[in-house]
Design a protein around this ligand. Structure first.
Ligand code: HEC
Length: 171
């Protein structure tokens, strides 16, 4: 009798644990989601598994190669600018920004690529990007990261904005 009682209470306890466990798991799962959403809201970083809603720009192999070279250079320039800022070489940072990301670069890219292959909205995003670069270059002589970094942020936002909108292939 006593044994059965304790069995029964064990069973009750176990199912109690089971219920508690599932509630806890559910709570953890929900908090996880909330935290994830919260992270997205506060950090502004998109989920890794974004649905691909980008507009494809059909380019021939040569134009694609040219575009890719410009993009690779953009990223290398960003790296070199960060290195220059870390060295407090604001003049170099300004020169790199102006010559590789500003309107000068825009004219070069236009001359080398066929602008008519790109949609008008793509050109707007490209111009916004060059404009952001010019603003960042203008902030360099201040030698003040509090003034430079917000412009740097705007420049990177312009990279991100275009990458979310366009891709080169349809696949
Ligand atoms: C006006 C549009 C636009 C802007 C601005 C832009 N990109 Fe791109 N970038 C593209 C497109 C389109 C691709 C091809 C993506 C694809 O097909 O998946 C690309 C690809 C790339 C790649 C991959 C190249 C490879 O090897 O395939 C890198 C790196 C890159 N961009 C860096 C940058 C950086 C850094 C910036 C800002 C300084 C920037 N891009 C600004 C449109 C843009």
């Amino acid at each position: 009798m006593g044994e059965r009682d304790s069995d029964a209470s064990m069973t009750r306890q176990r199912s109690g644990f089971a219920i508690f466990g599932s509630v806890l798991l559910a709570a953890l799962a929900t908090t996880g989601c909330v935290e994830h959403d919260e992270a997205m809201r506060t950090t502004g970083v998109s989920a890794v598994h974004l649905p691909d809603v980008r507009t494809p720009i059909p380019l021939g192999p040569e134009a694609r190669q040219e575009h890719r070279a410009v993009m690779q250079q953009h990223l290398e320039t960003i790296q070199a600018i960060v290195a220059a800022l870390a060295d407090e070489d604001y003049r170099l940072a300004q020169g790199l920004t102006e010559s590789h990301l500003g309107f000068f670069m825009h004219r070069q890219a236009m001359a080398r690529q066929n602008p008519e292959h790109f949609p008008a909205a793509y050109h707007d995003l490209a111009m916004a990007h060059h404009e952001a670069a010019e603003k960042m270059a203008e902030a360099m002589p201040s030698r003040d990261l509090k003034r430079i970094l917000p412009q740097f942020n705007n420049l990177l936002k312009a990279c991100v904005a275009c990458h979310l909108e366009y891709k080169l292939r349809s696949s």
